[in-house]
Design a protein around this ligand. Structure first.
Ligand code: FAE
Length: 528
């Protein structure tokens, strides 16, 4: 594998094999293929294009995360966040706003292209990763394959047998998915919090299931043994992991650069897309510096354009392109079918004798699986809350089967793309999560925590999601392989294809669908 090392150390914003060898690579203003974004969808596209011998340029608005700061670390910790934590903020915006209603969690920081962004819409905000690797840099690494029956329900035109036989295994293997050793799990202090939540679920007659992850559990065991530098056992996760996690820069993207055909430009945000009369795509791109100032506006052109900007990034680009007339033939499917994967976060207060432990690993390894309950399907991740002291809180990220969907629209006055999600739509997720956790509380004679989400009476965090899905749904905005309707040689490979709900954490599915798209496109569309 090629380490993404030299270029960023030298302060360059172009990364490729050439930049790893030469001081300054030549500027690229056109490429056969351009990939927008370097998250899961973008990374798969880049690797498969590079392997096919196609000269490919990846444009990523975030930075490359491999240069150590003054503390010797690439990423800052969650307990002492600095400018590296969040995308151009002067104060962090962590999911858990308060503890005992006190504003102890968030800290003032200076504005910088940090790794985690929280994008605010009127009634929903969305956490996303920024940088080479997208969401893989900040996520919890939970690598879950959805229930086949629910996948088939959500993607009726996709051959589920082929997905489960070919593309899911391919994605898991490329992503480096592994599972915690059950014997170690049962004995280690680092997963006491999970065992306590499992017991509470079992008392309510609920089933729990182990969940795989891309964090290297062998490494984690060495962290626990004191023979490796701590990362997941040092509270690192949403602002990046300095060790242990197989993020995309170490898997797909390293392999993509290894083909010799792929170049990545960082701190370059694609602002608009249009099509030239010869059929090529022309992208207008703002290059920013670390203060956020646009230092250059560039134009790139390409024959094949792959959109991997994520559910928000890709949908915003296409809604704007359609409604400002730069790609007027895009259909009404663009901007529609968006959902939160039913995300709702909540905490429960355990009895004094049901401890969760001062030491908690940041990588979740178990979920409460009540998806088969047709009256109220919920899959709830048992989430860590590592505070370094015993707090008796069980935290969960519930994924509910919320059927509500919203659309994005272009506001010509402000030039902004808006999301029409309403509080009533969030209330559907909350009601479902509440039904499940009322059962758990009743069986254990426990209560919810009221002090975690900012206001005095807020039990359920219903105003953010980690799992933005949809906006350009497969088979609606695109054909059944991610080819955008109305335009040839324009493709989507990211989470905007997933119709708002998946029932589990989404990145394995996004990766597998991208693999399926790339296999088809390379076989059919790029042949001479
Ligand atoms: P994504 O990974 O978001 O990548 C999009 C990339 O495109 C980003 O790097 C953007 O900076 C870049 N970009 C966007 N617009 C532009 C533009 N105009 N120009 C240039 N670049 C652009 O998209 N999922 C799981 O399966 N398991 C988990 O445990 C899990 N935990 C999570 C925890 C957190 C805190 C968060 C935020 C998310 C979590 N997720 C988890 C969700 C997961 O990371 C997400 O579904 C995927 O990252 C989405 O992949 P995409 O390829 O769609």
């Amino acid at each position: 594998m090629i380490a993404l090392q030299t270029a960023a150390t030298a302060g360059l914003t172009r990364i490729g094999l050439k930049s790893a060898q030469a001081a300054e690579p030549a500027a690229v203003d056109n490429a056969t293929a351009i990939v927008v974004g370097s998250g899961y969808g973008g990374a798969v596209a880049a690797l498969r294009l590079g392997q096919a011998g196609i000269r490919t340029l990846v444009l990523e608005m975030g930075r490359l995360w491999n240069t150590a700061g003054s503390d010797g670390k690439v990423f800052c910790s969650t307990s002492a966040p600095d400018q590296r934590s969040m995308w151009f903020r002067t104060r962090t915006e962590a999911p858990l706003a308060t503890f005992l209603w006190l504003d102890l969690v968030n800290k003032d920081i200076s504005a910088y292209p940090g790794v985690l962004d929280r994008v605010h819409y009127d009634h929903m905000s969305v956490y996303v990763g920024r940088g080479v690797g997208g969401g893989s840099l900040v996520n919890g690494g939970m690598a879950v394959t959805p229930l086949k029956s629910y996948f088939a329900e959500q993607f009726p035109t996709v051959d589920a047998d082929e997905m489960y036989g070919t593309y899911f295994p391919r994605a898991r293997s490329m992503l480096g998915v592994n599972t915690v050793d059950p014997a170690w799990f049962e004995s280690t202090e680092w997963y006491q919090f999970t065992r306590t939540s499992r017991k509470a679920a079992a008392n309510a007659g609920l089933k729990t299931t182990f969940v795989p992850n891309v964090y290297d559990f062998g490494y984690m065991q060495r962290e626990a043994a004191g023979t490796a530098t701590r990362s997941a056992l040092a509270g690192e996760v949403i602002y990046g992991n300095n060790q242990g996690k197989r993020s995309l820069d170490k898997t797909y993207l390293a392999a993509a650069l290894g083909t010799g055909n792929v170049t990545i430009h960082t701190l370059e945000k694609v602002r608009s897309v249009t099509r030239a009369s010869d059929g090529s795509y022309v992208l207008t791109v703002d290059r920013i510096d670390t203060t956020g100032t646009v230092v250059e506006t560039k134009q790139y052109s390409c024959t094949y354009l792959f959109l991997g900007g994520g559910s928000l990034g890709t949908t915003e680009l296409l809604v704007r392109a359609r409604d400002t007339g730069t790609l007027p033939d895009l259909t009404s499917g663009v901007g529609a079918g968006w959902g939160t994967n039913g995300n709702t976060m909540l905490g429960r207060a355990n009895h004094l004798w049901d401890t969760v432990g001062a030491n908690q690993a940041t990588m979740p390894v178990m979920g409460i699986d009540d998806w088969a309950n047709t009256a109220n399907p919920v899959f709830a991740e048992i989430a860590p809350l590592p505070m370094g002291f015993e707090h008796w809180i069980s935290l969960y990220l519930a994924i509910t089967k919320n059927p509500e969907r919203a659309s994005f629209s272009y506001d010509s006055t402000s030039g902004a793309v808006k999301l029409g999600w309403t509080p009533a739509q969030s209330a559907v997720s909350v009601a479902m999560a509440k039904k499940l956790f009322d059962r758990i509380n009743a069986a254990n004679l426990t209560i919810y925590r009221y002090d975690l989400f900012g206001s005095t009476s807020k039990i359920f965090a219903d105003d953010f999601t980690y799992h933005p899905l949809g906006g350009c749904v497969l088979g609606k905005a695109t054909d059944d392989y991610g080819r955008v309707k109305g335009y040839s040689r324009l493709y989507i490979t990211d989470g905007s294809l997933v119709p708002g709900s998946l029932g589990v954490n989404p990145f394995v599915t996004i990766t597998a669908l991208a693999e399926r798209t790339m296999a088809r496109v390379l076989a059919e569309d790029t042949a001479p």
